[in-house]
Design a protein around this ligand. Structure first.
Ligand SMILES: C[S@@+](CC[C@H](N)C(=O)[O-])C[C@H]1O[C@@H](n2cnc3c(N)ncnc32)[C@H](O)[C@@H]1O
Length: 297
């Protein structure tokens, strides 16, 4: 989608970084060598080629600014437990808004059975580029579904609905923050349906609580919906307290109960957006929210 105005063009420029980050030993480069067996000297052109084709599909910061390279998920406090649940506990994980599915490939490289992994994204081309990026079309046994999670009637809905009730863990990174509060409630309701239904003998295969985890852009003092509208924005960026409020609302609608554990982590690099000097303009991005949201009985 080409930019329509000068300010869209300028905004897009801040989200596209020409060169790969200095740190060439990033997690994805490591994965490409060890999991995909791509020789070291082919990695940079391979990454550039996939990144630029993905950027042409939709200019997300996670793509343009190479944010996917660090595989932040391995740094989350909950990562070891997620891996244990998948590897030894028989749990199944869905990556919602998975893009290329890099988190799924990291989990696979760390020993999670790929048949217990699935991804879902609006864009089939991101999923296809993921297979191309990791060269694992013949070995990755997990499934992918292309569908709009906010549209009950859209293309791919039957495949998406077939996933209902089949997961114990959902990962969602830089996903909920794309939407307004009301759409985040709808998305939460959709996510709750993906979880394995409560069973009298056990909560999940591993016996651990159902879990949604990930990261997203945060705001220490979230703006009200009116303040967002005044800035020409609608996306609601949470702090830990508003994220709990959101999940209380989702809980009320789905007759479930959720406990949010979340921490604010300073944003670095291209994802960081400074406040405008005159207090107007787009909402600043200075922190990420890393979260783990557990279902309570
Ligand atoms: C900002 S990217 C984040 C990708 C990845 N999770 C990450 O952390 O880098 C958001 C992803 O959500 C997908 N997406 C956006 N709207 C969606 C929707 N309504 N249903 C399903 N996926 C959607 C996009 O195609 C994109 O891959």
């Amino acid at each position: 989608m080409p930019p329509k105005t000068e300010s869209e063009l300028a905004d897009r420029r801040t989200r596209y970084e020409e060169d790969l980050p200095e740190d060439r030993d990033n997690k994805v480069a490591q994965l490409l060598q060890e999991y995909s067996h791509i020789p070291a000297d082919e990695i940079e052109p391979h990454l550039r080629s996939v990144r630029d084709r993905a950027w042409a599909i939709f200019p997300y910061t996670c793509i343009g600014a190479w944010r996917f390279l660090d595989l932040y998920v391995t740094k989350l406090p909950v990562y070891a437990s997620v891996l244990g649940r998948l590897r030894d506990g028989g749990d199944r994980l869905l990556d919602a808004g998975c893009c290329f599915g890099y988190v799924l490939r990291q989990l696979a490289a760390d020993g999670a059975p790929t048949s217990s992994l699935a991804g879902s994204d609006l864009e089939q081309p991101f999923i296809d580029l993921g297979y191309e990026l990791f060269r694992d079309k013949d070995t990755f046994k997990g499934s992918f579904v292309a569908a709009n999670m906010l549209s009950p009637d859209g293309e791919g809905r039957e495949e998406l609905n077939a996933l209902d009730g089949t997961f114990d863990i959902v990962h969602a990174a830089s996903f909920f923050h794309l939407f307004s509060w009301d759409d985040q409630v709808k998305l939460g309701e959709r996510v709750v349906r993906f979880f394995r239904p409560a069973d009298s003998s056990k909560k999940t295969n591993s016996g651990q609580p159902r879990l949604l985890f990930g990261r997203q852009v945060a705001n220490i003092a979230p703006l009200t919906r009116e303040e967002l509208a005044a800035r020409g924005e609608y996306r609601f960026h949470h702090n830990p307290a508003t994220l709990q409020q959101l999940w209380d609302e989702i809980g009320d609608k789905t007759k479930t109960k959720w406990r949010v554990e979340a921490e604010l982590v300073p944003e670095t690099g291209r994802g960081r957006r400074e406040p405008a000097a005159d207090g107007t303009g787009k909402e600043p991005h200075k922190f990420q929210l890393w979260f783990a949201i557990y279902q309570e009985e």
